[in-house]
Design a protein around this ligand. Structure first.
Ligand code: FAD
Ligand code: NAP
Length: 349
């Protein structure tokens, strides 16, 4: 059944979201609407409030673990547009609509000679979701090129602009995952990019990859292509094998904990994480606990990267979380470290 609201918003009932979550779970939303303009968003939120419906903002569904049936209203932003607001002193400020695809925006920025996003190529999802967990890859995070964002503040019922100091960006974290969860609908994101390249090559396998390709003076496009190639070789394509990328966060431990672990496990993979702490590679811990390539009935642990849990087909939230709990328990028993789940579970557990 579909219902029209004014301003024109098409409300769909019992809408399938199976193709709208990268795990490929079979999911039905009680109500779904797609919005392109701010008044439509306001109308949809007002209806949800009157009807006492919970609201989920859905982007590409690449960081969500959804239940079979979602109560209330799911809103997908389909606003589009990229506009350069300022250009001076070797920098541009560019405003990008939340509904734009992240990877397409990264590719477009390069085509315009705007640099800084190369390391974050091929991250699935939308531009609007990028600030939520301050997405990051290969040593670069959203916050490194973030200027500000515009959002609808559901609490104050007005449009706001938020600057970096108001977003509390941290490692895969922001205010939008923390104290302000659910308060803001991000409408556009503004980026500060450079018109001169400044390549970040010293992370993961990037330098090695470029050298293997015989590229000794890499350009931004070489870096972009390297990141895409490396990612394609290590990560499952959600269109082929359902997944939400890294299932667990890389745990932070004290220096003392790290040293004790390193004595017992000399090949432990870890990196400095500031203020006397170390970041452990969660994928290594899971691999060492024997899970890489594990296959349960419908779900499993990806054979090339143990940090990625996958849906082999027919899996659901319950079966995936049951596997996650087993992985957490065995890592805790072997290393004394608790792994936290990175993607959001909706509705909350
Ligand atoms: P969704 O999953 O739809 O939503 C995520 C959260 O954002 C939800 O809480 C949702 O309610 C909220 N949200 C979405 N849009 C808005 C909005 N406009 N306003 C307010 N709230 C909103 N992440 C990384 O950080 N680095 C990586 O390298 C990376 N690699 C990945 C690789 C693969 C193969 C996959 C499947 C995932 C990967 N991810 C990675 C995780 C994921 O792609 C990112 O978190 C991405 O930003 C999620 O975008 P999305 O549009 O799919 O958001
Ligand atoms: P990788 O290159 O095999 O590295 C394994 C882990 O070691 C990563 O988690 C990374 O931490 C860390 N690492 C590697 N080099 C580092 C350095 N020089 N300094 C500090 N930490 C370092 O990882 P991968 O699985 O192939 O992923 C590559 C990048 O894409 C990583 O940045 C990863 O975060 C990102 N990614 C994220 C997701 C997601 O869903 N969140 C999914 C896929 C890939 P970090 O994770 O902190 O960078």
């Amino acid at each position: 059944m579909t219902v029209n609201m004014k301003p024109e918003v098409l409300l769909q009932s019992d809408a399938s979201l199976t193709g709208s979550n990268t795990l490929g779970f079979s999911v039905v939303a009680e109500h779904l609407c797609q919005v392109e303009q701010l008044p439509q968003l306001q109308a949809a939120l007002a209806l949800a409030k009157r009807s006492a419906w919970p609201v989920l903002l859905l982007g590409g569904g690449s960081n969500l673990i959804l239940s079979e049936r979602l109560p209330g209203l799911v809103i997908q932003l389909n606003n589009r547009g990229i506009s350069c607001l300022e250009q001076h002193a070797g920098q541009v400020i560019v405003d990008v609509a939340a509904g734009e695809n992240w990877h397409d925006w990264v590719a477009y920025s390069l085509s315009q000679g705007w640099f800084g996003l190369e390391n974050m190529a091929l991250i699935p999802g939308t531009v609007g979701a990028a600030p939520i967990q301050n997405i990051g890859a290969y040593g670069v995070e959203l916050k490194d090129c973030f200027h500000s964002l515009t959002a609808w503040d559901r609490q104050q019922q007005r449009q706001v602009t938020l600057y970096p100091h108001e977003c509390d960006f941290g490692y895969r974290h922001s205010i939008f995952k923390g104290v302000a969860a659910g308060r803001y609908v991000i409408w556009t994101v503004r980026f500060r990019l450079s018109t001169t390249p400044d390549l970040k090559l010293n992370y993961g396998g990037i330098a090695q990859y470029l050298s293997d390709q015989g590229i000794d003076q890499p350009q931004p496009l070489d870096l972009f292509n390297a990141v895409c190639d490396i990612r394609r070789s290590k990560l499952p394509d959600p269109a082929q094998l359902g997944n939400v990328g890294s299932f667990f966060e890389n745990p932070r431990v004290t220096l003392a904990q790290y040293e004790a672990l390193k004595r017992n496990f000399p090949t432990l993979v870890a990196f400095p994480a500031g203020e006397g702490r170390m970041k452990l590679a969660a994928g290594w811990l899971i691999d060492q606990a024997g899970w890489k390539g594990y296959c349960a009935a419908n779900v499993g642990v990806y054979e090339k990267q143990a940090l990625v849990l996958v849906n082999h087909g027919g899996g659901d939230r319950r079966s995936l979380l049951a596997l996650a709990a087993e992985v957490q328990q065995s890592v805790r028993e072997k290393f004394g470290v608790m792994l936290s789940i990175e993607p959001r579970q909706y509705p909350a557990a």
